[in-house]
Design a protein around this ligand. Sequence first.
Ligand code: GLN
Length: 190
Amino acid sequence: MKVGLLAVQGSFREHGQAFARLGVETLAVRRPAELDACDALVLPGGESTTIIKLLRIFELLDPIRARIAAGLPVLGTCAGMILLADRILGGTSDQETIGGLDVTVRRNAFGRQVDSFEEDLDFQGLSDPVHAVFIRAPWVEEAGPGVEILAESAGRIVAARQGKLMATSFHPEMGSDERVHDYFLRLIKS
Ligand code: GLN
C-alpha cells in the first residue's frame, strides 16, 4: 500500500515521517501520474488558498475530485480539512475547495487571540487523549448526517470522518504520536 502526500505546499514531509515510523511507504504527489499510483492521499496543513491555486496549475484538482468520487481514502489536516470540506466560511471571495466531506468548515475559526494553541483531546476510538497542535486552525461549523464526529475542542468539531474521508483541524504530524495516522491506516484497510 502506498499513501500519497500532496506535496505542492505545506507540512507534507512531517506526514511522511509519521507514516515511515508506522512502516508505511509514502509518495510525494505533484503530478496526476503520482496520484494514480496512490491508494490513499493526505492533504497537509499549509495555506489552503495557495494549495488550491497550485492544484489547478498542476492539473491535479479534477483528478483528485474524480479519485475521491471513486472512493479514495483521504486524510486532510488543517488547511487539508478546509480543502476536503464541501462548504467553506471565511475563505477568500473566490476560494473553492476539493470537496467530498459533507461539512461546512470555518477557516481561521479560532481567531487571532488564540491563533495557535495546544490541547489534549479525547479522540473517538483512541483510549488516551491526543496532544493536538492547532495553528490558525479551522473548525467544522456544521456536519451532514453521514459525518461521524471524532473530536471536539470547546464544543467545536475539530476531527470528523465520513466513509474513508477524515479531517482534523489540528496537526497530528507534529510530535511523535502516530495514532491519528494509524487510525487513518485502519480506515484505508476497512
Ligand atoms: N489558516 C490556514 C488556511 O486557511 C490553515 C493553517 C494550517 O494549515 N496550519 O489554509
